[in-house]
Design a protein around this ligand. Structure first.
Ligand SMILES: Nc1ncnc2c1ncn2[C@@H]1O[C@H](COP(=O)(O)OP(=O)(O)OP(=O)(O)O)[C@@H](O)[C@H]1O
Ligand SMILES: [Mg+2]
Length: 259
């Protein structure tokens, strides 16, 4: 099954319990993601991107507004939503394969099936030989691959990714973007991808949502009309890709940052 997602007029205010000071992280933010669609979200640091994913996953409540999955309001975490946080959050006391198995433990899989599925995913991520290692024994990029394996192994309907490729070296990034693009397109997974990499947003997504600085809200949103998104590398070679990247660069006012 594929699922649709809608954020309706979401505002999030954080209030410090000790000082009473409050910060509006996100203000009146609305966008939707159709079933099987991949929407990339870009915006300046601190504009509320991670906060949005936390609300969509049900980990945080909203201050006002609603998150809807297939029209139902989200009130807590759900098993069909896979979530990869900005920090990889592997459990340090579990080895890699046991980390990948984690999400399968709530489901009706035998121990042997869990191990088999986890090992298959680790093989795809070229991590099989590190299955028995612990997170601290892996590089940052390897940990990120393990976290991605853990997110994909549960075969979610909706997948929320917070800069999943940012700690990878440039070559591994190309390989994993491609693997990921194919996997989720074949499975019809609905996806929100947060990234600072404008090129990545364009080559991976069906649509891009651009956020303003804090309090974050939508300032631009457009469809990406390139070749099939199963093949991000082919998309990166299209002339139109650069035009989209420039649009994002301009909307985010990055020329001011360089000055
Ligand atoms: N749990 C929290 N408690 C209090 N304030 C928070 C909390 N989480 C986020 N914030 C604040 O909300 C704002 C948005 O933070 P958020 O992490 O969503 O930004 P971001 O867009 O993901 O940034 P980056 O691109 O750097 O990851 C920031 O001002 C941050 O300090
Ligand atoms: Mg963030």
């Amino acid at each position: 099954m594929t699922s649709s997602l809608e954020l309706r007029n979401i505002t999030k205010v954080f209030t410090d319990r000790n000082t009473g000071n409050s910060v509006t992280a996100v203000e009146d933010m609305s966008f939707s993601v159709g079933a099987g669609e991949l929407v990339a979200v870009v915006g300046p640091s601190g504009c509320g991107k991670s906060t949005i994913l936390n609300m969509v996953s049900g980990l945080y409540g909203t201050s006002s507004g609603q998150v809807l999955i297939n029209g139902d309001e989200v009130t807590g975490t759900r098993p069909e939503v896979g979530f990869m946080l900005q920090k990889d959050l592997l459990l340090p006391w579990r080895n890699i394969v046991k980390n990948v198995e984690f999400g399968l433990e709530e489901r009706k899989f035998s121990r042997a099936e869990r191990r088999e599925r986890a090992m298959q995913e680790l093989e795809r991520m070229k991590l099989a030989e590190f299955a028995e290692h612990y997170p601290h024994q892996l590089s940052g990029g390897m940990r990120q691959r393990a976290a991605l394996a853990r997110t994909l192994v549960i075969e979610p309907d909706i997948i929320l990714l917070d800069e999943p490729f940012s700690a990878l070296d440039a070559q591994t990034k190309l390989v994993l973007q491609r693997h990921f693009a194919r996997t989720i397109a074949e499975a019809g997974v609905t996806c929100v991808l947060i990234t600072h990499d404008l090129n990545e947003a364009v080559i991976m997504a069906d649509r891009v949502v651009v956020m303003s600085g804090r309090p974050g809200t939508v300032v631009d949103e457009f469809a990406i009309e390139l070749g099939n998104r199963r093949d991000p590398l082919a998309r990166s070679m299209e002339a139109q890709t650069g035009v989209y990247v420039k649009r994002l660069f301009d909307t985010l006012h990055l020329e001011n940052e360089a000055a």
